[in-house]
Structure formats: structure tokens, C-alpha cells
Write a protein that binds this ligand. Structure first.
Ligand code: HEC
Ligand code: HEC
Length: 293
């Protein structure tokens, strides 16, 4: 290819662009310079990056990096923000360790702040068994009703949370529904019918099953079956059920007994968190009732 030799610039007839005047073996070079806006954009980006290198963290240096004149550090900023939140939380949460339940409950501003945190704690630790809305399920009692095994006052609930129910520790609350498989089958059937009719109030108080109930069941469930003895045995009259109160399920309960396990939380949650949850759970039922009421 020969050296291009200059010619006076012309207009290219096909594209309408001017030419540079360069002629490569009869091929003319069009004069289409880079658009100015692109050049400027490049220059601006370059200038910006120079400024950023100087001001902001930019270059990796071994295991570290240059901090920049501003000394900004997203990691430290995030940590600081977390720490601030944590300090705020520790401040109000620590009150749950030292103050009386009644005083805490009376402080509306504190409650407004604490209850959303309590709800998160409940969802994280309790909802798996008791349900997101604390309505329970087969084998797991509802916590949002007035039917209590042990009691619904915050201090009683706090104790339940501390030690658990039938949990593997020395202090646990203990309760067992014994198996009654030694009864005659006909007696069990009659008892199952009787017990399943208790919530409707249609159980026949003069039936032989009533005597069976008085002899075998009332020591734990109360004379009328209404519970309320705070011994872990539920009311059988209030319609709230753990396992079920239809005749078939009651037959299962009588045949095999029941012993639900509620973990102890003393090792997993702090004192303050347990008290926070105790108030939260007590509030779920809008409660101030004694067991069985
Ligand atoms: C592994 C399942 C499980 C988890 C998790 C669990 N519970 Fe329970 N909880 C139970 C069972 C089962 C019972 C009933 C035990 C029984 O039948 O005697 C119970 C009973 C209770 C009671 C007693 C209710 C009463 O009527 O006296 C309270 C209060 C309670 N749970 C609150 C909580 C809270 C708060 C949490 C979260 C910190 C929680 N539970 C987490 C299974 C669980
Ligand atoms: C030693 C005390 C005790 C005696 C006696 C006893 N129970 Fe129970 N019963 C319990 C306890 C404690 C529970 C709760 C078990 C659990 O939650 O795991 C229970 C639970 C039940 C339940 C399940 C209720 C539900 O909500 O699902 C039924 C039904 C029941 N008992 C009926 C009877 C009948 C009928 C008798 C008499 C034949 C009887 N119980 C005798 C302690 C007792």
C-alpha cells in the first residue's frame, strides 16, 4: 500500500460527509471525528475517578486498602449504626430484667417500643410450635386464649418459660396425663363420650361415666373437669383443646396417655427477653386470669 498523499478535502458523494483529503489507492477517508459528547464524558469520568481515588477508599494494598482523604469506611459506618441500635435496645431491654411486670406494663411508651421486638422474638423462638399467631395446633396449646395449663399471669408464664414443661432439667414443670388402658374398653368408650360432651354442657352427670370421671380424672382435671388447679392438666370444659376432644382422640389420649414437652428457655434467652416474652404472651389473650377461669 502506498503512502497516502494529500489532496484537497472534498465532499463524499455517497454519504455527504467531507473527506480528510487522504486518498488510499483511490479510497477516500471520510472526515467523521469522534462525537464531542463522548470525549467529554470520557474526560469527566477520568477526572471523577482521579478525585475519587484521592478522597475515597480505592486501591487494594495487600490485605488492606487505601482509605482516601475522607477516611470513609462503610464497614465501620455499618458497625457504628448497629452499635447505636444495640445500645438503644439494651437500654430499654434491661428494664425488663429489673422492674416489676405491673410497672413495665403501665409504661405505654416502653410497651410501644418493646412489643414489636417481643413479636420478633416470638416468631423466632416460639412460632414453630405455637404458630405465628399463637393459635397453637395439635399437641401445642394456643397461647392467645384464656385456657391455661399453668397460668397466664406474666410471672407464671415467665416461670414456665424458665424451666419448661416436662423438659430435661431438674426444675422443670412436670405434668403427665397417665394412660388408662387398664380400664375396660366399654369404660373407656363411655368416658370418651362423656368427656367429648363436656364443652357443650351435654354430658350426663348421672351416667356411670360421670362416676368413672370422679374416681379417675377429677383429681387432676377438677371435679367438674374445668381444670384450674394450675397443675398442668387442662380444662376439659372450655372448648379449648390441645390434642382434641372428639371421642376418637380422647380414646387415643386414654389409651396411651399424653405428655407434651415445652423446652426450657433459661439457657437460650436472657432474663430480660424471657420477661419481655412473658408480658407479650400474657397480652395475647388480653388476659389477667387465673388458670381455668
Ligand atoms: C418445641 C415446641 C415448643 C416451642 C419451641 C415452644 N413451646 Fe411453649 N409449649 C409447648 C408445648 C408442647 C406446651 C404444652 C406442654 C403440655 O402439653 O403440658 C407448651 C406450653 C407453653 C406454655 C404454657 C401455657 C399454659 O397454658 O400454661 C407457655 C406460656 C408457652 N408454651 C410459651 C412459649 C413461648 C413464649 C415460647 C418461645 C420462647 C415457646 N412456648 C416455645 C411447645 C413449645
Ligand atoms: C395425674 C393427673 C391426671 C389424671 C389422673 C388425668 N389426667 Fe387427663 N391430662 C392430664 C394432663 C397433665 C394433661 C395434659 C397433657 C399434655 O398436655 O401433654 C391431660 C390431658 C387430657 C386430655 C387432652 C385434652 C386436650 O385438650 O386435648 C384429655 C381428653 C384428658 N386428659 C382426659 C382425662 C380423663 C378422661 C381422665 C380420667 C380417666 C384423665 N384425663 C385423668 C393429667 C391427668
Amino acid at each position: 500500500m502506498s503512502e497516502p498523499h494529500g489532496k484537497a478535502p472534498q465532499i463524499d458523494p455517497v454519504t455527504g460527509y467531507g473527506t480528510t483529503g487522504h486518498d488510499w489507492n483511490g479510497i477516500h477517508e471520510l472526515n467523521t471525528p469522534f462525537p464531542k459528547i463522548v470525549i467529554w464524558a470520557l474526560v469527566l469520568t477520568f477526572v471523577y475517578s482521579l478525585i475519587a481515588w484521592v478522597l475515597l477508599p480505592a486501591w487494594p494494598v495487600g490485605r488492606d486498602y487505601t482509605r482516601g482523604i475522607l477516611g470513609l469506611d462503610q464497614h465501620e459506618m455499618a458497625l457504628e449504626r448497629l452499635q447505636k441500635l444495640e445500645t438503644g435496645r439494651t437500654e430499654w431491654l434491661s428494664r425488663f430484667k429489673t422492674e416489676y411486670f405491673a410497672a413495665l406494663q403501665a409504661d405505654a411508651a416502653l410497651m410501644a417500643r418493646a412489643m414489636p421486638a417481643a413479636e420478633r422474638l416470638f416468631l423466632d423462638n416460639c412460632a414453630a410450635c405455637h404458630g405465628n399467631d399463637a393459635t397453637g395446633g395439635p399437641g401445642f396449646p394456643a397461647l392467645n386464649d384464656h385456657s391455661w395449663l399453668w397460668g397466664g399471669d406474666p410471672d407464671v408464664i415467665a416461670e414456665t418459660l424458665h424451666v419448661g414443661i416436662n423438659a430435661p432439667n431438674d426444675d422443670t414443670r412436670w405434668a403427665q396425663m397417665p394412660a388408662f388402658d387398664w380400664l375396660e374398653r366399654s369404660e373407656m368408650t363411655a368416658l370418651a363420650e362423656y368427656v367429648s360432651a363436656l364443652p357443650q354442657g351435654t354430658a350426663d352427670a348421672n351416667a356411670p361415666a360421670a362416676t368413672l370421671f370422679a374416681d379417675n380424672c377429677s383429681a387432676c382435671h377438677g371435679e367438674t373437669g374445668a381444670g384450674g388447679l394450675a397443675n398442668g392438666a387442662p380444662s376439659l370444659t372450655d372448648g379449648a383443646v390441645i390434642y382434641g376432644q372428639d371421642p376418637d382422640t380422647v380414646m387415643q389420649t386414654l389409651r396411651h396417655g399424653r405428655q407434651g414437652v415445652m423446652p426450657a428457655w433459661a439457657d437460650r434467652l436472657s432474663e430480660a427477653e424471657i420477661n419481655l416474652l412473658a408480658i407479650y404472651v400474657a397480652d395475647l389473650s388480653g388476659n389477667k386470669t387465673e388458670p381455668g377461669e
